[in-house]
Ligand binder design. Structure first.
Ligand code: KMH
Ligand code: ZN
Length: 313
């Protein structure tokens, strides 16, 4: 059993592609806003920064490497945090679009979604009184009829193409079957331990945020990989974020917060910055006698290649 003062990696997912501007005036949209939020989150204790890009004009999710290039190098210059670039992008993007910047930047870490699934927040649409930008309503309502495509071939291609660059992965697992998919690729020799498993709860289309499901994911990962071969991290969507990541830490896991996953700091209180969420979860963890991992400690735990081996444009 991990000792109570085990080091906990805090990941922060700065903006994502799921929430839209009308849902929170604090959601970072422009390169300058994403840069500021990310640097503040690192200064607050986030060892890993999970980054998406958005069109500076209207906040629409974009895979454009030129937009990423307007904030990723600046973040890397200002912090020692591990840069984690999404390969998930948005559910509307092609695989080629999703891989465009990761293959250019060859970061230490990329997210990798371990199965096709429904992935939606469409029920929120009816709660939005007015939309700021004309793309938002269809983006949210349209999720009801979109599959987040991650076929075995898609996953294999991401592993092969980015694996050649020395990039390692935050394996985003939204259901227990995704762990078996990961085990399949381990057996194929396409990925090697230490496996960074990001267990995602509370997203419509994936496992619900019930404690029993965290136990299911933890015990299944133990059985498939052996505790010594993986690092368990937890992501709770929306209102589940803080309670779930806290429970996950107590169960020996690392934690992920950020406005990509929840726009709230507390019930009915919107987070003004990503750093607010990092500070809050850090306080909770330190009150429980956990120590927060530095970026270097995270690199060591996850077997990362080091920031000098990245080609941020
Ligand atoms: N935007 C979601 C469809 C990832 O970054 O790889 C998926 C996502 C996961 O954000
Ligand atoms: Zn993401």
């Amino acid at each position: 059993m991990s000792s109570p003062n085990r080091k906990v990696i805090i990941s922060c997912a700065i903006t994502g592609a799921t929430h839209t501007p009308s849902m929170s005036e604090y959601l970072p949209l422009t390169p300058a806003e994403i840069e500021r939020h990310a640097i503040e989150a690192a200064e607050a204790g986030a060892a890993i920064l999970h980054l998406h890009a958005r069109d500076p004009e209207d906040g629409r999710p974009t895979p454009d490497p030129e937009v990423f290039a307007r904030f990723v190098p600046a973040i890397a210059r200002a912090t020692d945090a591990v840069i984690n670039i999404t390969t998930g992008g948005s559910t509307r993007m092609t695989l080629a679009e999703r891989l465009a910047y990761p293959l250019t930047a060859q970061p230490e870490l990329c997210s990798l979604n371990m199965g096709s699934m429904n992935f939606s927040i469409h029920p929120i649409a009816r709660k939005i009184a007015s939309w700021t930008y004309d793309w938002e309503r269809e983006h949210v309502e349209g999720m009801e009829d979109v599959v987040f495509k991650n076929t075995f071939k898609d996953i294999r291609q991401i592993m092969q193409q980015l694996g050649e660059c020395g990039t390692r992965f935050e394996f985003e697992c939204y259901d227990v079957g995704h762990l078996y998919n990961l085990a399949h690729f381990v057996e194929q020799g396409l990925v090697k331990p230490p496996l960074f498993i990001q267990s995602c709860f509370g997203i419509l289309g994936g496992l619900g945020a019930d404690p029993e499901n965290m136990l299911l994911m933890r015990t299944t990962a133990d059985r498939l990989f052996g505790r010594e071969n993986y690092e368990f991290s937890i992501l709770g969507a929306g209102r589940h974020q803080l309670p779930f990541v806290t429970m996950g830490a107590i169960m020996g896991g690392h934690v992920r917060v950020g406005l990509e996953d929840s726009i709230y700091l507390a019930k009915g209180v919107k987070a003004k910055t990503n750093a607010e969420q990092v500070r809050k979860v850090r306080h909770i963890l330190e009150e429980l006698s956990f120590e927060i991992a530095t970026p270097q400690e995270a690199r060591q735990m996850l077997g990362l290649k080091g920031r000098q081996n990245v080609h941020l444009q």
